[in-house]
Design a protein around this ligand. Sequence first.
Ligand SMILES: [Zn+2]
Length: 314
Amino acid sequence: MNKAILHDHLDGGLRPSTALELAKNDSYKPLLEIENISSFFDRSSSSSLEDYLEAFIHTTALMNKYDNLERIAFEAAEDMHNCGINLYESRYAPLYSVNNNLSIKDVLGAINSGFKQAENLYGIKSGLILCGMRNDKKNVESVGEIAVKYRDLIIGFDIAGPELNFRPSLFSSTFKKVKNAGVNITIHAGEGDSVESIKDALENGAKRIGHGVRIIEDINLENNEMGETASLIHDNQIPLEICITSNIHTNMYKSYDSHPIKDLVDLGFNISLNTDNRLMSNTDIVKEMNICKDIGIKNPENLLEMSASYSFLN
Ligand SMILES: [Zn+2]
């Protein structure tokens, strides 16, 4: 059986040892002054989203060369393979890596080359979903154009970054162009914003919802009555790319027990289990499966197998 990861950020998944080695090679000072690189990147007890996001400044700073990107992509796929995954969807905001010495074509080429090396060694298939940064309209428009132009080098399009006040419909013309070009769309929604944001994502062409956990707010848990958007998601079995630990670390839920994933599974939603940012959350998919078991989800492997059936890699 195939097992898939659908929601994992390339810049959130570097190995700490690789980050340190690349920082040394590139004389990247901020990381060279750090005593314990793993605990520096581990933002599991971060007090704010800002603190959590600050760690990405240092990973993206190292993703500025062809060889670095190729290695980071290869290692991400290798780490997924070592956790039993054979379909890996990775996502990244590619303009972070474009500079005078690295064109967008180089960026996509380097990442795909790393993925290909892992496929040749282990058989794992990987593909890249491009993220536009929703707090920067120009960025979303540019990444949308890149997605259309290089649609043969990628598997999907998404918007990431702060969700509140940046609903998908702000970028509806970009989503239309991307969809018309035949590129698959998934959208981060229902994480930092409410059910309305999920509805908005569906209206803008999302085939899957990144996180989407706040769909629980559209359900009366006393009698399981669902609102309009929850019914739409449930009846059409639209996959929700759920990342439990990430939600705890960004302070959405206080504890694993209060996370809605079990209720959503029990209600028959199409739930995909994911990692989001392995480095900052100090996690991997084996740990996420163990968390599932701890909170009463019997066969979390099933969630990974189901994910494989609606992967954009198919
Ligand atoms: Zn994410």
